[in-house]
Design a protein around this ligand. Structure first.
Ligand SMILES: *[C@@H]1O[C@H](CO)[C@@H](O)[C@H](O)[C@H]1NC(C)=O
Ligand SMILES: *[C@@H]1O[C@H](CO)[C@@H](O)[C@H](O)[C@H]1NC(C)=O
Ligand SMILES: *[C@@H]1O[C@H](CO)[C@@H](O)[C@H](O)[C@H]1NC(C)=O
Ligand SMILES: *[C@@H]1O[C@H](CO)[C@@H](O)[C@H](O)[C@H]1NC(C)=O
Ligand SMILES: *[C@@H]1O[C@H](CO)[C@@H](O)[C@H](O)[C@H]1NC(C)=O
Ligand SMILES: *[C@@H]1O[C@H](CO)[C@@H](O)[C@H](O)[C@H]1NC(C)=O
Ligand SMILES: *[C@@H]1O[C@H](CO)[C@@H](O)[C@H](O)[C@H]1NC(C)=O
Ligand SMILES: *[C@@H]1O[C@H](CO)[C@@H](O)[C@H](O)[C@H]1NC(C)=O
Ligand SMILES: *[C@@H]1O[C@H](CO)[C@@H](O)[C@H](O)[C@H]1NC(C)=O
Ligand SMILES: *[C@@H]1O[C@H](CO)[C@@H](O)[C@H](O)[C@H]1NC(C)=O
Length: 625
């Protein structure tokens, strides 16, 4: 067995085993050598037969009722001066099958103006879910909390998670809430984008979590998960988006109740301010999303846009202040952006993300005096060099990872300028001044990463990275490297899911080393998950017995422990994506959940992996003495 220094000059971890260069079967050094010889034979014998199987009944341990509550900032009453002239109102539900037309046409923020936002989208077959008001939760019967049979092969390590390690589950509003046009929410990017994409299933209903949140929280708390991560739709809080427009009273009440219920169950909330749901009002022409060519990510997240002369950056900061002043007293962790690179179109978008994040972090720490944590969730499926001994492959992998991570991580964690990988690619990047860098540096308490899988990197097959980077028409732009799912040995990089995710635990350990040693910040896994292949086609009982998802979580967490104890990496939390199957941006078939959702009845059921995920961490958690 040999180890390979993976990122010569960058990180000198020895964690990565790419292949085992021996002939023949693997050696088993832990086994007694004398048994290897054929002259040692098993001792065959007869005995009376009886069934020896035993059943051990264990049930999940729910989060204990809270005995104390913590405050992370003063309450809204003491912070309202920070959001002056804030008015609240409320709007109804929009439903195209109900023909009543509001008459308050001269009120720019009235019901007529609000309804008109929805009629701008050519929505067909609008459907409502089953529920139209908050469902009261019921206790989870013990019969649902019985642990499944354990996986036969589990790690035999003896490492522990630090007592404060954050165990959580993650979600986002557009993927679970439904009720998109209820209680004053105005349209967001995902609503019109999917209404206009004929091949996509719309997000009208999804998991109806807007009304079922209490039952969802009850189920998560019953499994013993401490942290619940969710996002709030900006267009629900501020249907008319901009500073100076009325705040939606029903939305504030809803999220107040959600946060309070999480705390009542002994759990802790984390709030993400935006998760692919920029308000529609930033988009002048929703039929034409091609007006900003050369987009970096897959979608137009709106960050470079403005509305009525108010930039996204300014409007987002106002929205963030409204949310933080209302909820910072009870919320210990804030994320400004989810995977902002995916919604970035150009240099201005990245600039807006960094500066609005930094402004909100300063607001949180210096004006609210918040004592919780703030960060953002970054995305990068770890790029690994095809041949780690070939400097050209290593350079390509470094280019790929630094573009996606250091573009945000250099300014935020190190106070350093954008990396060359970004500057050589995005020609209209906005220069950060020394003042900007001093202001942005240190504005995250930890690095949030969604490290779903790894991808094998080589340079572009034709031409150089530099040639490609300068040419936004190049098929490999913007990352300008070739990506593959197979290693140099020709094998897949790991066991494959329904989509792009492969089970790549050993690369995960290397990744943690890369992140920690590059950005020198504690790390939280803000999302990770595995959509089991064709799970949606299986019978319910077979969906529930989702061993590949358990292997994913157990093997990643096991490698995470090695990173902590063997490599000295400060990994402080892990959030499973997602607490239930949900709307995967136009699709319900990519099952990323650790619970199933019946699309007819909205009934949830725990999958085996939920128990295995929680059990893996809790059976290894250090006790406070
Ligand atoms: C093999 O060696 C181990 C000690 O290494 C010993 O305990 C065991 O009895 C031996 N087995 C046989 C079959 O000789
Ligand atoms: C919209 O209509 C609802 C129901 O009639 C009413 O409660 C609400 O105050 C109206 N909102 C505005 C902004 O006029
Ligand atoms: C709307 O529903 C009709 C009737 O079920 C169906 O034929 C049509 O394809 C649906 N349109 C969309 C865009 O889903
Ligand atoms: C909006 O974009 C569509 C598609 O590009 C185009 O056909 C239409 O003319 C545009 N509308 C306006 C008002 O510019
Ligand atoms: C936007 O700003 C421009 C230039 O400052 C100005 O001419 C225009 O009237 C403004 N538009 C609005 C809607 O305020
Ligand atoms: C936050 O702390 C600063 C510095 O101590 C103080 O001036 C300010 O009043 C505090 N803000 C609040 C909302 O308490
Ligand atoms: C960024 O902030 C850190 C922590 O405060 C500090 O150590 C580092 O020197 C700063 N970076 C620069 C380039 O000033
Ligand atoms: C590389 O260039 C050759 C010759 O121009 C062309 O045939 C081939 O398709 C190119 N490969 C890729 C991956 O672009
Ligand atoms: C940019 O890439 C496109 C697509 O590969 C190619 O047709 C074009 O010639 C390239 N332009 C330059 C300046 O290299
Ligand atoms: C969803 O629930 C309905 C009603 O109980 C049932 O008929 C259906 O089989 C369920 N679907 C799945 C996939 O279990």
């Amino acid at each position: 067995m040999r180890s390979i220094a993976f990122f010569a000059g960058v990180v000198t971890t020895v964690a990565q085993q790419v292949y085992i260069p021996i002939d023949g079967p693997s050696s088993r050094p832990q086994c007694a050598a004398n048994l290897t010889y054929a002259n040692v034979t098993p001792a065959y014998s007869f005995r009376d037969f009886s069934f020896t199987q035993t059943e051990t009944l264990r049930t999940a341990t729910s989060i204990p009722a809270p005995t104390t509550s913590s405050n992370y900032a003063p309450p809204y009453a003491s912070l309202s001066f920070l959001v002056p002239d804030l008015t609240t109102t409320q709007w109804g539900n929009w439903d195209p099958s109900v023909t009543a037309s509001p008459m308050d046409l001269d009120d720019p923020y009235g019901n007529a103006s609000w309804s008109a936002l929805w009629t701008r989208i050519p929505i067909v077959n609008f459907t409502r879910g089953i529920y139209s008001s908050t469902v009261q939760p019921t206790a989870i019967p013990t019969s649902e909390l019985v642990l499944p049979p354990p996986e036969y092969f589990t790690p035999s390590d003896c490492y522990y998670f630090p007592s404060e390690f954050m165990l959580g589950v993650s979600s986002s509003a557009v993927q679970i809430e439904g009720a998109i046009a209820d209680e004053g929410r105005s349209p967001a990017y995902t609503d019109f984008f999917n209404a206009l994409s004929s091949t996509s299933a719309p997000d009208f209903v999804t998991n109806e979590n807007y009304y079922l949140y209490k039952q969802d929280i009850e189920r998560i708390a019953s499994m013993g998960v401490k942290y619940y991560s969710f996002s709030v739709p900006w267009s629900r809080i501020l249907p008319f988006v901009l500073e100076g427009t009325p705040v939606n009273k029903q939305a504030l009440d809803h999220y107040d109740d959600l946060v309070d219920f999480i705390l009542e169950k002994g759990m802790l909330p984390t709030i993400t301010l935006i998760h692919t749901d920029a308000p529609m009002l930033f988009y002048n022409n929703i039929s034409d999303l091609s007006t900003t060519p050369g987009g970096i990510g897959y979608i137009d997240g709106g960050f470079q846009r403005s509305y009525k002369n108010q930039s996204f950056e300014d409007a987002f900061v106002n929205y963030g202040k409204v949310l933080m002043t209302h909820f910072a007293d009870r919320v210990p962790i804030w994320f400004t952006f989810n995977e902002p690179l995916l919604g970035a179109r150009n240099g201005k978008s990245i600039d807006a993300v960094l500066k609005s994040h930094a402004r909100l972090a300063h607001f949180y720490r210096e004006e609210i005096n918040g004592t919780g944590k703030i960060s953002m969730k970054l995305n990068d499926n770890f790029g690994v060099p095809r041949d780690p001994k070939d400097s050209v492959d290593v350079e390509a992998a470094n280019h790929f990872n630094s573009f996606q991570l250091a573009t945000f991580g250099n300014p935020i964690f190190l106070g350093l300028d954008y990396p060359d990988s970004y500057k050589m690619t995005v020609s209209d990047y906005v220069q950060l001044t020394a003042g900007d860098l001093a202001y942005i540096n240190g504005t995250a308490d930890f690095l949030g990463i969604d490290p779903y899988t790894a991808t094998v990197i080589t340079p572009p097959p034709n031409g150089t990275i530099e040639d490609c980077a300068r040419n936004s028409s190049h098929p490999l732009w913007p990352y300008c490297v070739a990506q593959s799912t197979s290693t140099s040995t020709g094998w897949d990089i790991g066991y494959r899911s329904q989509s792009y995710v492969y089970i790549t635990p050993t690369y995960f350990r290397t990744y943690l080393n890369y992140l920690w040693n590059t950005f020198k910040s504690p790390i939280v896994i803000t999302e990770f998950g595995f959509p089991v292949f064709t799970e949606a086609e299986k019978e319910l009982s077979d969906q529930l017995f989702d061993s590949p998802r358990s292997w994913y979580y157990q093997s990643f967490l096991s490698e995470g422990l090695k990173a902590i104890w063997l490599d000295g990496v400060k990994l402080i939390g892990a959030f499973a994506w997602s607490f239930a199957d949900n709307w995967e941006f136009g699709d319900y078939d990519a099952h990323f959940g650790i619970q199933t959702v019946n699309r007819t009845t909205q009934e949830r059921r725990y999958k085996k992996s939920f128990f295995d995920f929680v059990d893996f961490v809790e059976s290894r958690r250090q006790k406070v003495v």
